[in-house]
Design a protein around this ligand. Structure first.
Ligand code: NAD
Ligand SMILES: O=C(O)C(=O)C[C@@H](O)[C@H](O)[C@H](O)COP(=O)(O)O
Ligand code: ZN
Length: 366
C-alpha cells in the first residue's frame, strides 16, 4: 500500500493506492458514512465496479444509493449537473455527508462540482476508475463542467476528503482510454522530471499492456508529483500549478473543435498539445528540436497523436487560437503559455503572441 498525503492545511487528505482496495473500501468509507446511506455516482460503463463497491458497503452494514449517469465527456454539462444535484437532494444529502465519485475524470469533475454547490458545499470522496483519473483528475480539487464557450469554464476548487485508488480496476479499461490516461503520466516527466520521462520511454508499453508493477509505480509517482505541486499552489495563483496545464491550451482548443466528443479524448488532446508546445518552443529557439522530436516520437510509439492532423482536427490556426481566448489563464488580454526549455524544463511564458501561435499552427498543418 502507498499513502500519499496532500498537504493543504485543514483541507489535507490522503491518497491511498492499493491493489484490491475497492473490495475493502468499506473500512475507509465507514467513518465518512456516519451511519447514513451513501450516494455513489458512477457512469454506465463502471457498473461492475459499482456492484463490487455496493456489495462491500452492504457487508459492512452501510446502505448506498447508486446514481448512474451516461458515460462520456458530454456528461460534464449543465443538464447532467441539474440531474445530479436533483438526485442528490432527493437522496437527502446533508452538508456533513460524503458523496462517492466512482468513475473517470468526467464523473470526478462533475460530482466534485455538484458537491461544491449542493447546500453550499458537502463532502465527497474520489474512487477513480480510469488511468487518467488515478494519476491526475482525482487529486487536487479542480472540478468543472464544459459550456458552449469552452472546456471547464464553470467550476470550483473543492477538495475531496479522501482518494481511494485500486489499480486493478484498470483491467477492464479499454486500450484507447489507457493510452489517453498515459498522456497525463508522460506530462509529469515533461514538466520537471526528465528521469521519469526516461522511465516512460523504457516502460510505457509495459504499463499500457497492464503490467501491475509498472502501473503501480506510474500511479504512485504521478500522484506524488501532483500532490507536491498542488500543495505548493492549491488555487493556481503563483504559476506553479499552471505547469500541470502543459499541453492543455492547445489540447482544450482541439477538444473544443471536436465538440467535446469521443472523436478526441482529453488525454489524446493533451498528448497532441504537449507535442505542439514542444514544437512551438523549438520554433521559438527555446528548446532543441531533438527534444521536441523525442517527445513526439514517444507519443507516436504508444499510439497517441503528436500533431493537430494526427488528432483528427482540420481547423485553421486562427480558429484554434479563438478557442484559446477562452482559456482560464487569460490575464488582461495576454495568455500565459506553458513552453519548454527541454524535457523536464517546462516554464510559463508570458510573451506569447497569439497571432504567431496561429501562424505556427498553420505551418504545422502543411
Ligand atoms: N480535475 C482535474 O484535475 C482533471 C485532470 C485531468 C483531466 N480532467 C478531466 O477528466 C476528464 C477525462 O477523464 P477520463 O479520461 O477518465 O474520461 P471518462 O471519465 O470519460 O472515462 C473514460 C471512459 O472510460 C469508462 N470507464 C471508466 N472507468 C472504467 C473502467 N474501470 N473500466 C471500463 N470502462 C471505464 C468511462 O465510462 C468512459 O467511457 C476530462 O473531462 C478532463 O477535462 C480533470
Ligand atoms: O490539476 C491541474 O491543475 C491541471 O491542470 C490538471 C489537468 O490535467 C486538467 O486537465 C485540468 O482540468 C486542466 O485545468 P483547467 O484549469 O485548464 O481546467
Ligand atoms: Zn488534463
Amino acid at each position: 500500500m502507498t499513502i500519499v498525503p496532500v498537504a493543504l492545511g485543514r483541507r489535507s487528505y490522503d491518497v491511498v493506492i492499493e491493489r484490491g482496495l475497492l473490495g475493502r473500501a468499506a473500512e475507509r468509507l465507514a467513518p465518512l458514512a456516519r451511519g447514513r446511506s451513501m450516494a455513489i455516482v458512477s457512469d454506465a460503463n463502471v457498473t461492475p465496479h459499482l456492484a463490487t463497491l455496493q456489495a462491500t458497503l452492504a457487508a459492512a452494514g452501510i446502505a448506498s444509493e447508486a446514481i448512474v449517469l451516461p458515460a462520456g465527456e458530454g456528461t460534464k454539462s449543465w443538464a447532467q449537473l441539474e440531474t445530479l444535484t436533483d438526485r442528490l437532494l432527493a437522496h437527502g444529502v446533508e452538508r456533513g455527508d460524503h458523496v462517492v465519485a466512482l468513475g473517470g475524470g468526467v464523473i470526478g469533475d462533475l460530482v466534485g462540482f455538484a458537491c461544491s454547490v449542493v447546500k453550499r458545499g458537502c463532502g465527497f470522496v474520489q474512487i477513480p476508475t480510469t488511468l487518467l483519473a488515478q494519476v491526475d483528475s482525482s487529486v487536487g480539487g479542480k472540478t468543472a463542467i464544459n459550456t458552449r464557450a469552452g472546456k471547464n469554464l464553470i467550476g470550483a476548487f473543492h477538495q475531496p476528503a479522501s482518494v481511494l485508488i485500486d489499480p486493478d480496476v484498470l483491467d477492464t479499461l479499454p486500450a484507447r482510454e489507457q493510452r489517453a490516461g498515459y498522456a497525463e503520466v508522460v506530462k509529469y516527466g515533461l514538466i520537471d522530471d526528465s528521469a521519469f520521462f526516461e522511465w516512460c520511454e523504457a516502460n510505457g508499453a509495459k504499463l499500457l499492456a497492464g503490467d501491475p508493477a509498472a502501473r503501480e509505480y506510474a500511479i504512485a509517482h504521478s500522484v506524488e508529483a501532483k500532490a507536491r505541486i498542488v500543495a505548493e499552489d492549491e488555487r493556481e495563483t503563483t504559476g506553479k500549478r499552471a505547469l500541470l496545464n502543459l499541453g492543455h491550451t492547445f489540447g482544450h482548443a482541439l477538444e473544443a473543435e471536436a465538440g467535446f466528443s469521443d472523436k478526441l479524448l482529453h488525454g489524446e488532446a493533451v498528448a497532441a498539445g504537449m507535442a505542439l508546445a514542444f514544437a512551438y518552443s523549438a520554433r521559438r529557439g527555446l528548446c532543441d528540436r531533438q527534444d521536441a522530436e523525442r517527445v513526439a516520437a514517444h507519443l507516436r510509439a504508444v499510439g497517441l497523436p503528436d500533431s493537430v492532423a494526427a488528432a483528427g482536427i482540420r481547423a485553421s490556426g486562427i480558429v484554434l487560437v479563438n478557442h484559446m481566448r477562452h482559456d482560464k489563464k487569460m490575464d488582461a488580454g495576454t495568455l500565459p503559455f506553458l513552453l519548454a526549455r527541454g524535457i523536464g524544463k517546462t516554464f510559463v511564458d508570458h510573451s506569447v503572441d497569439l497571432t504567431d501561435v496561429a501562424a505556427f499552427l498553420d505551418e504545422e498543418r502543411t
